[in-house]
Design a protein around this ligand. Sequence first.
Ligand code: AMP
Length: 130
Amino acid sequence: MATIFTKIINGDIPSYKIAENDQYYAFLDINPAAKGHTLVVPKLEVDYIFDLPPDVLGGLLQFAQPIARALDAAFRPVRTGIIVEGLEVPHAHVHLIPMYPDRKGFSLGKKESFTAEEMQAIAAAIRQKL
Ligand code: AMP
């Protein structure tokens, strides 16, 4: 059965899309740990990130780089962090999470809440910097 991320990539489930090419898809995390929390996913459906073919694994980080830069430019965090967890959704992905001065770090367990309109505005602000 297709993972929820494959359903998002295929457009069967909506997402706040940030960027896409033939191999990767990026969108806002629906339960963000911080404003701009973005997931970057290979279209290839593989559960464990370190089972990805080496070129797809390397390309994932290359696809994520300009998105992290766009997060930096859009929201001016201290910097954007990157986390790989993968305990919830069995489809390899990285979390890009801006870290703001009012927080010492970030935790995937700590969620922030934004309205749908705010999420749309956040996604648009990131896309505008790409
Ligand atoms: P993990 O697999 O532990 O790295 O976490 C999966 C992440 O996917 C969590 O941060 C969820 O909030 C996020 N997530 C799950 N479903 C969706 C969805 N439909 N749209 C956006 N993000 C999602």
